[in-house]
Design a protein around this ligand. Structure first.
Ligand code: ASP
Length: 357
């Protein structure tokens, strides 16, 4: 039997056309999108398609859209061997990260792709991106999908989604995976590096102990957790940041988590007002995670004097996680791990290969 793939269109440049009046790009009909790539009929798979009723620019994505994409995949999970999601590149790393946390014990590929130029453009990158994503999604070995994780395919490279950042607004090579190598490179051959693929041990989170499988069959079961908490904020440190700004952010009504984008290997100002504001946020139960604003590398709290205090105050290390994945992970974990110790122990652990332990 040919592998069955569900192609999900959410919006983004790939399916946009120019508004003749304003010249701005806007979404158009999904059926028209497929008309532009008749080649996909030649692939050795059966493709079904579904689309957001109102396709969106990915700048409009929120946790409800994430859930909608997750629900579509979850409802169709047993009927397909893989999923390809067409999505705007602007927030693809966030959605890809969110989906990776949503699906625990995933046994099928979910591959996000999009393009920098619309499918109707003569020089479009959409065709290669879509065709190769489909080809990657149908790779099977001994009757099982080779890729069993959430990925982004863009410009000849397949990445683990929760390791990516959008790094260029113009180049076809829009994404980078600063702290993890590409899982596959597409050239004359599709070269998948199997040693890099996620083979996470089956490990239901302790906060869901009741779900622990009892039989080997249940062990193969995928577990779906689509809830996200959006009461979070990213606080990027910059030279000259004022007490008023930090204090306003830490005192936002109902805020539950702060991603602190610090310098270098996790360094932040050492002035009393800064440390006192952060410590009082932590005392109120707000989870504070330290990630680096560098484009690669890891937080190592305690390496410099400027991060020693953060460590002793209970700021959690994000290690080498990206801001995008940290945000999605925080929004996910806040549902299940409310006390500081549990939250911290799960945050610092690699749940889906999103950080190096
Ligand atoms: N603004 C577009 C979006 O993210 C850009 C793209 O599709 O690449 O939806």
């Amino acid at each position: 039997m040919k592998p069955r793939i569900l192609l999900i269109y959410t919006g983004g440049t790939i399916g946009m056309i120019k508004d003749p009046e304003t010249q701005a790009l806007k979404s158009f009909n999904f059926d028209e999108l497929l008309l532009h790539i008749p080649e996909i009929k030649l692939l050795d798979c059966e493709i079904s398609t579904t689309s957001f009723k109102q396709p969106i620019d990915s700048s409009d994505m929120n946790i409800h859209h994430w859930r909608h994409i997750g629900d579509v995949i979850h409802d169709a999970y047993d009927d397909y061997e893989g999923f390809v999601v067409l999505h705007g590149s602007d927030t693809m790393s966030y959605t890809g990260s969110a989906l990776s946390f949503m699906f625990e014990n995933l046994t099928k590929p979910i591959i996000f792709t999009g393009s920098q130029l619309p499918i109707g453009d003569l020089r479009t990158d959409a065709k290669e991106n879509l065709i190769t994503s489909l080809q990657l999604a149908i790779q099977q070995e001994r009757g099982k999908p080779v890729i069993q994780e959430v990925c982004i395919y863009f410009e000849y490279q397949l990445y683990r989604a929760n390791r990516t950042v959008k790094a260029n607004a113009e180049h076809f090579e829009a994404f980078k995976s600063p702290n993890y190598p590409p899982l596959a490179i597409s050239g004359v051959m599709l070269n998948i590096d199997k040693s890099l693929l996620w083979q996470g041990d089956y490990d239901y989170l302790a906060f869901a102990k009741a779900d622990k499988p009892k039989t080997p069959k249940q062990k193969e079961r995928m577990f779906y957790r689509p809830e996200f908490v959006d009461k979070v904020v990213v606080l990027k440190i910059f030279p000259g940041i004022t007490q008023a700004v930090v204090s306003a952010i830490c005192n936002i009504e109902g805020i539950k988590g702060i991603i602190l984008e610090s310098y270098g290997s996790g360094n932040a100002p050492t002035e009393d007002w800064f440390l006192n504001t952060i410590v009082s946020a932590i005392k109120k139960g707000i989870k504070v995670v330290n990630v680096t604003q560098c484009h690669g590398g890891s937080v190592m709290m305690g390496k410099y004097e400027t991060s020693v205090q953060l460590l002793s105050m209970g700021v959690i290390s994000g290690k080498d996680i990206t801001t995008e994945a940290a945000l999605a992970k925080m929004m996910y974990l806040l549902n299940y791990a409310t006390d500081k110790e549990t939250f911290s122990s799960y945050f610092t652990k690699s749940l889906r290969g999103e950080l190096t332990e």
